[in-house]
Design a protein. Structure first.
Length: 93
């Protein structure tokens, strides 16, 4: 019984441990709410969409569309872009 009292007294005497103990559920919710949309974006980036239909088969078609070579390069601010859709690549810069 003395060990429990000593541990409890140590936690109560250090305010930062009590503060983190009270803050940890909220931080867990915040971390989950930040991470889950990022995970959803990564998963959705491997799916394809045709009209209103979403094909959930994993594919790299979206990434190929980003770096697909063009027949003639597009020049933007003096920089030649050899991609078919250079706007997407420019926005990633």
């Amino acid at each position: 019984m003395a060990e429990t009292t000593g541990a409890r007294a140590a936690i109560q005497s250090s305010g930062w441990m009590a503060g983190y103990g009270l803050l940890s559920p909220a931080m867990l919710v915040i971390a989950t709410m930040l991470v889950m949309p990022m995970v959803a974006l990564v998963v959705l980036s491997f799916w394809t969409q045709t009209g209103f239909d979403i094909d959930t088969t994993p594919t790299l078609a979206n990434y190929w569309e980003l770096v697909e070579p063009a027949e003639t390069p597009m020049v933007w601010m003096g920089i030649p872009f050899p991609f078919k859709n250079p706007v997407n690549a420019i926005l990633l810069l």
